[in-house]
Design a protein around this ligand. Structure first.
Ligand code: NDP
Ligand code: AKG
Ligand code: MG
Length: 475
């Protein structure tokens, strides 16, 4: 059934029930080594995973690895331009889970991202990237320990759908003509705007379906967190892109307040409720005045809307959420995208789950990883309802490829996410313990070594760092 790969003859498949994996004791898990530094980080990471599973479960459990190909390695095996062979896609589909190293995407022309393709083909709609501090990790930030966020990035649409046309392409010219001569003049709010003829065009689709299934998953995750971390922040640039990013915010709130009504409160609702809690006799209008900035300069129509909102909130949820009950519920708020970049630095402890569209989440997850120690420490998982692929946040870091020096921490922590997803918590905990102890003991790769105070003069190699993690399982 496969052309050039043979599945292991031992082990069993992982299956899924209602979006959750059912994991046998000897699951077969396909892996993609990755391009560039994939040659360094994958063997280091695999050694850590195997050692942790053996230490946690003895001979009772074991991962049976199944090597599949993508990127440069796939071209070597399958021929020129065979970057993502059918065998690989079939194996991931058949076995339901995979872990991968980074894959190269050229800038400008050339192939489109294999990483994005794997997410879209397998409908892995949630890209989950936790950014949490490990004690002792050097950071450019003064209080990196205060950041403990999980970026929940929509993973299948937005500009990553890759529907774009190059400047000068006849279809691009046709599209610009259609927009300039028909669609833009036909939409009064666009006035006399025109697109320059020498433009490239990209399409940014954001759907209600895509938004709501992402926010649903983020809400379910929030409910599993400790009470003080039960918060979902909808990140958007809806002031500028009203019908895509603004709609993401509105659909996010709609989902939360319909499917999770008893379990959540929005930030605005909490203001209305707390105004009444502080002053039980407050009038609807005074409450609206406190909630809506610049209330007194609003038009009569807008004032009426603000008062109606207050009245609706009090009528619908005062019984269930009032008198402080809202404090035990998942807080759903929203922040404009540029603002959240400064907020995670200036007020890191105020955030928990950051639900984002695809592009914003791509930027934000690198920025948040930098605060807790850099890209070498940023894990990630791409999760769908019948498949999951785990991968580091960073790319192929080509200048370090093959030198056995890059930090394997990110793909190792992605494996920790995989083990947790499989329910193999004991093995996951061992790795976290070993990694934390290696860092505290200043046994680190070059990237962390150069930031440590005092500086670590002899950083560990990539493979040595993996061995240091394993050594510290027994601490
Ligand atoms: N999911 C994926 O497979 C991804 C693939 N990519 C692809 O990777 C390629 C290279 O992208 P590029 O923009 O250079 O970004 P990279 O993330 O590959 O590397 C940029 C820099 O980040 C630091 N860095 C990255 N990984 C690590 C690590 N494991 N340990 C320590 N430091 C690290 C290094 O900084 P320094 O040299 O200063 O130490 C490195 O030079 C591109 O083709 C891109 O499309 C990019 C992101 C994700
Ligand atoms: O696919 C790529 O090359 C880049 C992807 C990326 O930056 C990411 O997933 O964070
Ligand atoms: Mg990225």
């Amino acid at each position: 059934m496969y052309e050039r790969i043979t599945p292991p003859t031992i082990g069993e498949k992982i299956t899924f029930k209602e979006g959750e994996p059912i994991v046998p004791d000897m699951p077969i898990i396909p892996f993609i080594r990755g391009d560039g530094t994939g040659v360094d980080i994958w063997p280091a990471a695999q050694a850590v995973f195997d050692a942790a599973v053996a230490a946690a479960y003895g001979t009772q459990r074991r991962i049976v690895w199944f090597k599949v190909y993508a990127g440069d390695e796939a071209c070597e095996q399958y021929g020129q331009y065979q970057y993502l062979p059918e065998d690989t896609l079939q194996a991931i589909k058949d076995f339901g889970m995979a872990i991968k190293g980074p894959l190269t995407t050229p800038v400008g022309g050339g192939i489109r991202s294999l990483n994005v393709a794997l997410r879209q083909i397998n409908d892995l709609y949630a890209c989950v990237r936790p950014c949490k501090y490990y004690a002792g990790t050097p950071s450019p930030h003064k209080s990196p320990d205060k950041l403990d966020v999980i970026v929940y990035r929509e993973n299948t649409e937005d500009i990553y759908l890759g529907i774009e046309w190059k400047m000068g392409d006849p279809t691009c010219d046709r599209l610009i003509k259609l927009l300039n001569e028909d669609l833009i003049p036909g939409t009064p709010e666009h006035g006399k705007k025109q697109i320059r003829l020498d433009s490239g065009i990209g399409i940014k689709p954001i759907s209600k379906f895509g938004t709501q299934r992402l926010v649903r998953r983020a809400m379910k995750h929030a409910l599993r967190l400790p009470k003080d971390k039960q918060q979902v922040t909808l990140v958007h640039k809806g002031n500028i892109m009203k019908y895509t990013e603004g709609a993401f915010r509105d659909w996010g709130y709609e989902l939360a307040t319909s499917e999770f009504r008893d379990e959540c409160v929005t930030e605005r609702e909490s203001w209305v409720l707390s105004n009444k809690e502080a002053n039980p006799d407050i009038s609807i209008e005074d409450n609206a005045r406190k909630v809506e900035p610049g209330y007194d300069s609003l038009t009569a129509e807008k004032k009426a809307e603000a008062c109606q909102e207050v009245e609706d909130i009090l009528n619908s949820i005062w019984e269930t959420h009032g008198n402080g009950q809202w404090k035990d519920k998942v807080m759903v708020n929203d922040r404009i995208a540029d603002s959240i970049f400064q907020q995670i630095q200036t007020r890191p402890d105020e955030y928990s789950i950051l639900a984002t569209m695809n592009l914003n989440g791509d930027y934000l997850s690198d920025a948040a990883a930098a605060i807790v120690g850099g890209l070498g420490m940023g894990p990630g998982a791409n999760i769908g309802d019948t498949c999951a692929i785990f991968e580091a946040t960073h790319g192929t870091a080509p200048k370090h490829a093959g030198l056995d020096r890059i930090n394997p921490g990110s793909v190792i922590l992605s494996g920790v996410m995989m083990l947790e997803y499989m329910g193999w918590q004991e093995a996951a905990d061992l790795i976290k313990k070993g990694l934390g102890a290696a860092i505290s003991n200043r046994e680190v790769t070059y990237d962390l070594a150069r930031m440590m105070e005092p500086k670590v003069d002899t950083p560990l190699k990539c493979s040595e760092f993996a061995q240091a993690i394993i050594k510290h399982f027994d601490d």
